[in-house]
Design a binder for this molecule. Structure first.
Ligand SMILES: NC(=O)c1ccc[n+]([C@@H]2O[C@H](COP(=O)([O-])OP(=O)(O)OC[C@H]3O[C@@H](n4cnc5c(N)ncnc54)[C@H](O)[C@@H]3O)[C@@H](O)[C@H]2O)c1
Length: 340
């Protein structure tokens, strides 16, 4: 039984440095290696973690039998290859979102991890957000009623990416949360978008996810927008919730609003609006990334089921790939379940 998880942090760029900070602070965890092919990025972090070995070559990590887990925060196109090598070398793996760029690669990683009895975790950060945990509790307790539909806005001016479009860069979190709330894969994804700043890289995308029995999600992502908005609206049969991640103290609002269909004959009487109180529930104030990384460490050490495991990573990548295919075909609906 391992008492302390020995880890390597691969990719210490913009986001990886945040992951590293939380990995270094996680309980029952040791960062044994920092790895980045960019020696400047590596030496920037090496100064902060003087006792950690630095390695520019990913392959050099794999032979160390005393290394238990690899945390990957490199650019998305590298994820599949690095993760497949890490799993083949017997290491547990955490991969930042999106887990891969192809559903078939995500499926291969999920089955590789399962057959090797290794943990595979996708970095779906919002699932570990205290506001999401509160939303989930309300939905599970039946307070919201049936969730009819959900829409999200994830907008800002920048960061403009070169390797991926706004859909792949910004939508994974919303896709993960919507699928988790509906506990299902969508049956069709249609997406339209436009490239303004760079050739063939969409800056703005509007996507609709249709689920069985009429439930629906809509995602608007853009890095070319005057507003900085990260907001989700969840409309249920009993109540409605808004989750505004940009609001420092009032992230959630629960609206006791709904429409009651009466069993009467006249059209005018048939629908009654119910407009009750708006409640601002207090949410816990921990850092989602800290919770996410500690979850990975605990799952590896205590052999617990991973909340955002390979199957969840695959579900999200399927939707992303379906959205990409739809974008390339002027919004044609694509069934994500057919892709791997
Ligand atoms: N969870 C979140 O909220 C969140 C936020 C931002 C980014 N991300 C994700 O994190 C990942 C990294 O994003 P970023 O903005 O930090 O990118 P970045 O370009 O700033 O950093 C990536 C680093 O990986 C290194 N790298 C690339 N290939 C490598 C290899 N084979 N071996 C070793 N090092 C290698 C690069 O040199 C670079 O330093 C992406 O998948 C991104 O989508 C997640």
């Amino acid at each position: 039984m391992i008492k302390r998880l020995k880890t390597a942090m691969v990719g210490v760029g913009q986001w990886g440095s945040n992951v590293l900070r939380n990995l270094a602070a996680a309980e029952r965890c040791e960062v044994k290696y920092l790895c980045d092919s960019d020696v400047q990025a590596l030496s920037r972090q090496a100064g902060r973690y003087p006792n950690v070995k630095t390695v520019p070559e990913f392959g050099d990590l794999l032979a160390d039998e005393d290394l238990h887990a690899i945390v990957i925060a490199t650019e998305a196109p590298t994820h599949y290859n690095l993760a497949a090598q890490a799993l083949a070398a017997g290491k547990h793996v955490f991969i930042e979102k999106p887990m891969t760029l192809k559903a078939r690669d995500a499926a291969a990683l999920a089955s590789q991890a399962e057959s090797s009895h290794l943990k595979l975790m996708a970095g779906h950060l919002l699932v570990f957000h205290p506001a999401f945990e509160a939303v989930n509790r309300m939905i599970t307790a039946g307070e919201i009623g049936n969730v009819y539909y959900i829409y999200t806005h994830r907008l800002n001016l920048g960061i403009v990416r070169r390797e991926e479009n706004a859909w792949w860069s910004l939508a994974p979190h919303d896709v993960a949360v919507i699928c988790r709330i509906f506990e299902a894969d969508p049956i069709a994804v249609s997406a339209v978008g436009q490239c303004y700043l760079q050739k063939d890289i969409e800056d703005v995308v509007f996507a609709t996810l249709k689920f069985g029995d009429g439930r629906m999600g809509h995602i608007h992502v853009s890095w070319l927008d005057p507003h900085k908005i990260r907001k989700m609206t969840i409309v249920g049969s009993r109540k409605m919730i808004t989750w505004d991640d940009m609001s420092p103290g009032e992230k959630l609002r629960v609206y006791d609003k709904g429409v009651v269909a009466q069993n009467v004959t006249s059209y005018a009487d048939a629908i009654t609006l119910r407009i009750g109180d708006i409640v601002i529930p207090k949410t816990a104030s921990y850092e989602p990334l800290q919770r996410e990384i500690q979850h990975f460490v605990d799952c590896c050490l205590d052999d617990l089921p991973v909340l955002t495991d390979g199957a969840e990573g695959l579900r999200v990548v399927r939707v992303l790939e379906a959205g990409q295919k739809s974008l390339e075909n002027q919004g044609l609906p694509v069934d994500p379940r057919q892709l791997d």
